[in-house]
Design a binder for this molecule. Structure first.
Ligand code: ZN
Length: 299
């Protein structure tokens, strides 16, 4: 409840400054428009996680969220055409290997290339193995036929960024656990004010992701401990990519609803989404935040 009160206080502050702007005869800030996409996500309870994602975004007081549930089972024939131009950001909680119609794929590519934002949450980076431009947008992905030809592994080893072209599988995680997320780009707008190390609540820790990894910046990593079935490498957790004029924020966090309730996930998702939309970040880092040895989750 204490955390909820803090979030309400933050929302009040934002609302307060907006009314002040209105008093000064300036237009109030338009909400950033987000399109949340779901409809399939094997091994993931997307019917539960999508509403949590919506709730997180709405509580920030800065976003308007529309949710579209796609129907890959009928090759998207029952789905209406999406006009991406109505949105600042597309946020994907969607994992399917059924490719959308060619014109829809091209529309998303043109949206991002033209300056739109894309946010990729967890298993959305498993989606669309056979769509080359999608793989460029997400940078790194896993499973579903990805492998040696998908691109290098990217990870930190001895505090150095490694791009590793050695052959091997693509996509893996050990058993779920809490783990420390470590900042690698403290000066990036999304990361400014985020503690250097914080303990994420129970989640999968993806490892051995591979992909084109072009124009990719690793913002944060986590040590993938062999004791929990990991690689012994520091695996990418938060990433950004440039795709044309567009910005992509990719978080591998968020396996289940309890993983999403981590204040570290919430804060980085909000700041990453705002950055993908505008290239800037104004959403504050809350004072109450996980520490290196203490998780902090929404009740
Ligand atoms: Zn998962």
């Amino acid at each position: 409840m204490r955390l909820l009160a803090l979030i309400l206080a933050v929302t009040f502050t934002i609302t307060g400054s907006m009314s002040h702007a209105a008093d000064a005869d300036e237009p109030a800030a338009e909400p950033l428009k987000i399109l949340l996409i779901d409809g399939e996500n094997p091994y993931h309870d997307w019917q539960t996680t999508s509403p949590v994602l919506q709730s997180i975004l709405r509580r920030a007081g800065k976003f308007q969220v529309d949710r579209v549930t796609l129907h890959p089972a009928d090759d998207y024939e029952s789905d209406a055409e999406i006009d991406f131009k109505n949105y600042d950001v597309v946020l994907s909680n969607y994992n399917s290997q059924v490719l959308p119609p060619a014109e829809a794929m091209r529309a998303l590519e043109e949206f991002v290339r033209g300056g739109g934002g894309l946010v990729v949450v967890h298993a959305a980076d498993n989606s669309f193995t056979a769509w080359p431009e999608y793989n460029k947008m997400i940078g790194l992905g896993g499973w579903y036929g990805r492998g040696d030809g998908s691109g290098p592994y990217v990870y930190y080893k001895n505090d150095e960024l490694v791009r590793d072209n050695s052959p091997g599988p693509c996509g893996h995680h050990g058993k779920q656990h809490e783990y420390v997320v470590e900042t690698r780009k403290a000066d990036h707008p999304i990361m400014q004010g985020i503690p250097a190390k914080w303990l994420h609540t129970q989640d999968e820790l993806y490892d051995q992701l591979r992909g084109p990894a072009e124009n990719l910046t690793v913002l944060a990593t986590a040590y993938s401990d062999p004791a929990t079935g990991g690689t012994g490498r520091d695996e990418p957790i938060l990433m950004t990519l440039d795709y044309g004029k567009g910005r992509v924020f990719h978080t591998v966090l968020g396996h289940a609803d309890y993983s999403l309730r981590c204040q570290g996930f919430v804060t980085t998702l909000l700041r990453g989404t705002e950055w993908a939309a505008t290239g800037e970040v104004t959403i504050p880092v809350p004072e109450e935040f996980p520490t290196e040895d203490q998780v902090l989750v929404w009740e």
